[in-house]
Design a protein around this ligand. Structure first.
Ligand code: SF4
Length: 488
């Protein structure tokens, strides 16, 4: 008998039933997709936030909210996909296409370690010029020089392209992915980030993710990582052509595959004592290395950033006199992902951009619906520091990373960059004690004393939010050079 059992659904109850929501908060009941969709559309924002906050406090307590010090290293911007929402990719022969030398990656990680960083997040375009050996050598050199740094790298779309580029042995996609992943894991890869999730519904994905893997391949990649004992994250990028039902469907797939990982993980070898430390619905976290199965530990969602992207040039819904009635994305979207793109003639030709309240509503729903995911991250990188701070009261337990460098979202117009003192100040201002965590959400330092990064600051003028994306005139083979110094 597996020890993990998903909470029970009560499909006959109305979505806003206080008894149902109280049971969801305790981890004793699960929202159906229909109930989640109803809550999203009809519950007042502040009420939705209060329930999400209650669930967050049930899982994480009411004292501490976390952040991590890591660094995004985008090792190449050469990519053979053409996602319409992407301002980062380049063809290999463009002037400002780049691939970092391993020595440049090591230098960046050295700067990270110097400020107390614990993790490097490494993602790039899908660059057909890089052989498997390039990745193996890079990972080995990172682990040789910085054995204590956690390497969180290569999102599922990159892995799917590794399978295409490297043609590994195996008769199924799972076999091939496992062959590649084992080699990268043995070279130093610790876990896999959830990049490239976007929206899973095929009708949307085919319009915006040109050349990028489908949902099944994305989820299979993560499943293989879980079978190898890795902890991963899941993401969603919304606020473009999708309907609201697509967001629920996306979360539904994450929840279903998480159930699978948790069920198989709790069925795995080990005595009852090991299994007893496995995940439960009231505490959806099992990071016991004795359990040889990983799973998703976090979910983070953010709105589409439009600047410099082909999708960003698509007209806003209701910006034209002929726009009326239901938003095309809503006319197409189905909770089971079977939406027919022909259901509305304007589907894919109009965007519905997301604002702060839509973001908070979506994040709050993710906390309530994803009852088996431990951490919900606030997306201050796209939403700005203050909405990120408010997000801590709408279901998020984690403020993400002190941002030393980010090139992908910032290429689409986002410019927020916070140092550790600012991040701590935002968390404290929301009513919590800031704490630095590691990649698996273990707390490293609780900042409850006068030597806390924010409480030591006497002059905040030196800690203002910085521009993250610094445009530089393109030169041949130039690094994108978007780093902002962590020094004051
Ligand atoms: S989002 Fe990623 S996969 Fe898509 S074009 Fe940009 S770099 Fe390539």
């Amino acid at each position: 008998m597996p020890l993990y059992a998903p909470p029970i659904e009560h499909p006959h109850l109305p979505a806003a039933d206080p008894g149902l929501l109280a049971a969801v908060v305790r981890g004793e009941a699960r929202l159906t997709p229909e109930q989640a969709f109803d809550l999203f559309r009809t519950m007042p924002l502040t009420a939705l936030g209060r329930w999400a906050d209650a669930r967050c406090r049930a899982v994480h307590g009411g004292a501490i909210r976390t952040y991590v010090i890591d660094r995004n290293v985008n090792y190449t911007n050469v990519c053979n996909a053409r996602c319409t929402f992407c301002a980062f990719r380049r063809d290999g022969d463009e002037d400002d296409a780049y691939t970092l030398e391993p020595s440049q990656v090591l230098e960046k990680i050295g700067e990270l370690v110097a400020i107390g960083g614990t993790q490097v997040l490494m993602q790039g375009g899908m660059n057909p010029a890089l052989p498997l050996e390039w990745y193996v050598r890079l990972l080995r050199s990172i682990k040789d020089r910085f054995p204590g740094v956690h390497v969180h790298a290569f999102s599922p779309p990159e892995f799917i392209e590794f399978v295409h580029f490297f043609d590994p042995p195996g008769s199924t996609l799972e076999d091939k992915l496992r062959w590649v992943m084992v080699r990268l894991r043995d070279a130093g890869l610790d876990s896999i980030p959830g990049g490239g999730g976007e929206i899973f519904a095929p009708a949307v994905r085919r319009k915006i993710g040109l050349g990028k893997c489908d949902a099944e391949a994305w989820l299979t990649t993560m499943y293989v990582a879980h079978t190898l004992g890795m902890f991963t994250s899941a993401t969603m990028m919304f606020g473009h052509i999708e309907g609201y039902a697509d967001r629920v469907h996306h979360m539904r797939l994450v929840r279903e595959w998480q159930d699978r990982a948790l069920l198989e993980g709790s069925e795995g070898p080990g005595d009852q004592g090991i299994k007893a430390r496995g995940p439960t619905a009231s505490n959806p976290r099992s990071l016991d290395p004795s359990v040889p199965f990983g799973h998703y530990v976090s979910f983070i969602s953010w709105p589409f950033q439009r600047e410099n992207t082909p999708l960003g040039r698509v007209k806003d819904w209701l910006s034209r006199a002929e726009d009326s009635g239901e938003f095309p994305g809503d006319a197409v979207a189905r909770l089971d992902g079977t939406g027919d793109p022909k259901a509305h003639a304007e589907f894919g030709r109009r965007v519905r951009m997301s604002g702060s309240t839509d973001y908070l509503r979506t994040q709050a729903l993710s906390r309530l619906f994803l009852d088996n995911i431990y951490s919900i991250g606030a997306s201050w990188v796209t939403m700005g520091p203050h909405v990120g701070q408010v997000a801590l009261l709408y279901g998020a337990n984690d403020m993400g990373s002190v941002m030393m460098e980010e090139n992908v979202v910032s290429a689409a117009g986002t410019t927020y960059c916070l140092d550790e003192a600012l991040l701590c100040r935002l968390i404290r201002g929301a009513g919590f004690v800031p704490a630095q965590r590691d990649n698996v959400y273990d707390v490293l330092r609780v900042h409850d004393g006068p030597d806390s990064p924010d409480l030591r600051v006497t002059d905040w003028s030196r800690h203002r939010t910085k521009r993250l994306h610094v445009e530089r005139k393109p030169t041949a083979n130039a690094d994108a050079a978007l780093t902002v110094s962590a020094k004051p």
